[in-house]
Structures are given as C-alpha cells and as structure tokens.
Design a protein. Sequence first.
Length: 391
Amino acid sequence: MSHDKSEAGKLKVLLLLHELSRTGAPKIAIESLQLLQDQVDVMAISLQRGEMEGAVTSFAQLHVLPEPSHHQDNNRKKTLLERYAARRERDTWRTRFETWQPDVIYANSVASLPVAHYVAVPQAPVLLHVHELDMFIAWYDRMDPYRLRRWPARYIAVADAVKQVLVGSFGIAPDKIASIPEFFDDVAIDASLQKSAALAAAQPAHAGPYVVGGAGRIGWRKGFELWLQTAVYLADKLGRENIRFEWVGAEDDLREFEMRLTARKLGVDDIVSILPMTRDPFPSYSRFDTFLMTSWEDPFPIVVLEAMGMGKPVVCIRNSGGPAEQVAETGIVVERFDAKLLGDAICTLRDNPTYAAQLGDAARVRARTHFTKSAVVPRILEELRATAGMK
C-alpha cells in the first residue's frame, strides 16, 4: 500500500513511536490511527522495530530509525564520520518534511520523545499521550525537561492518576490535559472465546483449585514478587491443593527466569504456572476465577480491562495508579501493598461466589460501556484535531 501523497481533507499526523511492540502505548496509538485511516494521513517514526510493523505499514508511511543513530553512547565523543552521518540523516528528514508538513505531531508516549533528538521534526503542534507514571516520567524529564514540559501543546493522560502526576510533580497546566482512558479489544475477546467454545459469560463454576490470574510483561513494575507472596499466603491459609496461580506474559528472558526462581525460593513453584506471552491470551484468562493486579505503578493496564471485559472480578491496590479507577465499584481495591490484604480479598470472592459473580457481571458491563475502541478512539481524534487547531 502506497502512502506517498496525502489525501485532501485528511488530518496529517506525524506519529512518534518508541517501539512497535504489542504493549499498551504503541498498541493504543497504532490501533486508533488504523481505525481512523479514512480521516487521517499518517507518517510514523519508530525508534525500534517490532511485531506491529505490518499493522502500521497498512495505513501509514513508516520509518524505523537505523542503528547506530539512536543507540550511540551519549558519553562517548562521536567520530568525524559519525557526526557526518548524523548530519546527513537529519538533512534527509528535513527534505522529507518539506513536502510532507503535518498538521499535528502525535507522540505516543513519554518514551517516544527522544525521536525528536534524532530526527529534524518539523514545526507543528505536539500532542503527547502519557501512558507512564512517576518513575518513568521522572526518568525522561531528567534527560530532557523541555520535551516533556514545554514542547507539547496538549496532553492526553490515560488516567486521573497520571494527570495528577503531570500537574503536581511536573507543573503541567490542568487545562492542557485531557483524561482519556485506554481501551481493550472486546471484538477479539469474543471471537477468541467463541472459536474455542469457551464463552466466559456462560462458564459454569469449575471443580478443582481456585485459579488466581495475572498477566503482563514480567518486570519490577508489575509487582510479580507481591503476586507470588500472595500465593504463599493463600497456600498456607487454604491449603496448596485448593489454590492455583497462573501468569500470562513470559518472554523466555532473564525476567522470566527471575520470576521462576523467586517462585521456587518462596516454595510455591508447584502451584504457580508462568505461561508465554501470546496474541490470544483469552483462553487462558477464561480459566481464571479472579484477576490479581499487583503492579507497583501502572497507568491504565489493558490486562485489567481484558479481565473485566471477560467478566472476571479484579483485586487491585489503591495507590498503584489506574487500576482502582478502572474497576471502580466492580472489583475489590485494597489499601496497601500487602499480601495478606490481597489474599483476604481473594478469599472473600472465593467464599462468596454469588458476590463474585455480581462483581464480574458489573465489571463486564463497565468495561464494554466505557473502555472499548468505539468509546475511546473518537475522543483521541477529537484531541488530535483540537491540538491541530481544527476543532
């Protein structure tokens, strides 16, 4: 598909991406613009390749910055040849933008801001979509406070918790920030479950251990240690034959090894399954009785929306970011990062199946009313147009 020329009347969007993975931030931007392709003309620049590259090229011009331009050691003095190559690369981008001037620059996350260091981006109003919380925002602000605090004309915060951080910690004016949640793919969930004949809404209570689910790319931020400590608490309280923990999102890397080793050291590796990351996690989710979210900080995790969309009651933590906003009254929100509190909340659901079913039904309705593509993507388009001055 060729995207060399812009179509008259379309909003011209320069999309800055930090990567092309299926994780939250790039996925939300790519799927939004893909859905809006009849109304937008897109050029995309990414710092890294990834599995969503094909999705982007279906509707946009895509340029992935070549190494070593954005992987240079900033503390090492560049050679004459490297400086010449970098200058030639920036000149190439200037020429490219002379014939393709965007109406708006859409930076899909704080992590995408470094693109502006490596590419001679044109003058255009910037919309920054913030999917990060304290730690990651502070890290990028430390590297380049101008790009975070002054370059954007407007911001999208994926949760009120994110907006509070932007205003309180980084001095962003509240009237420059639109709170727009992330979304999940309810159509993909329904198609997957219908295909596997495992309709979550009609699943009878299963015999056997109570299954506590978790999901996401393994790492410090997801709080997998606390998730495993909750497994320890429940194994002691309920008996290990009555409880099982399943995590979806392993990538056969050091982080997976760390999680498996931690489970073994805690003595729960026999009741914990760590399953690989997959495009179709929903058959695994269908086995969950409840979903346990233990992130230390998570702006608006899509895995929580997916669990809610499948009718699973969610247990999460008050000051971890967006999860408490997501579940509202449809799950159990505990007040501290505490394995006992989390385990007791899970016991409440296990011991009261009618209550758990009521929460699950309410979660499904909430997710499918407020957090689908059809509910969210028009708001992103509205914000892009407002930033471009085309409201």
